[in-house]
Design a protein. Structure first.
Length: 87
């Protein structure tokens, strides 16, 4: 049985193998599924990328200042901004 993980966008639980593992490396958020990178990871359904952006899930998980580069949005880059309270 595969471990159960929670998607950072929709908050649904699913088997680890059905989710993408993301890790912050420097100022970038990268797909760390293969090869498995060390560090704090978060899990995301492939279909939940836009929802994660809308809900600020990347900022909540990895902190401000990170850049999400072309994971699932056709190669676009999205900067994870600081929360309004932190400005």
């Amino acid at each position: 049985m595969s471990p159960i993980r929670t998607c950072i966008a929709c908050r649904e639980r699913a088997e680890q193998g059905s989710l993408i593992r993301l890790v912050r490396v420097g100022d970038r958020i990268v797909d760390a599924t293969e090869p498995r990178l060390a560090g704090r990871g978060a899990y995301l359904h492939r279909d939940c990328f836009d929802l994660a952006l809308a809900r600020h899930a990347f900022r909540r998980t990895f902190g401000p200042g990170a850049v999400v580069e072309g994971l699932f949005s056709g190669g676009e880059s999205h900067e994870v901004e600081a929360s309004p309270a932190a400005r």
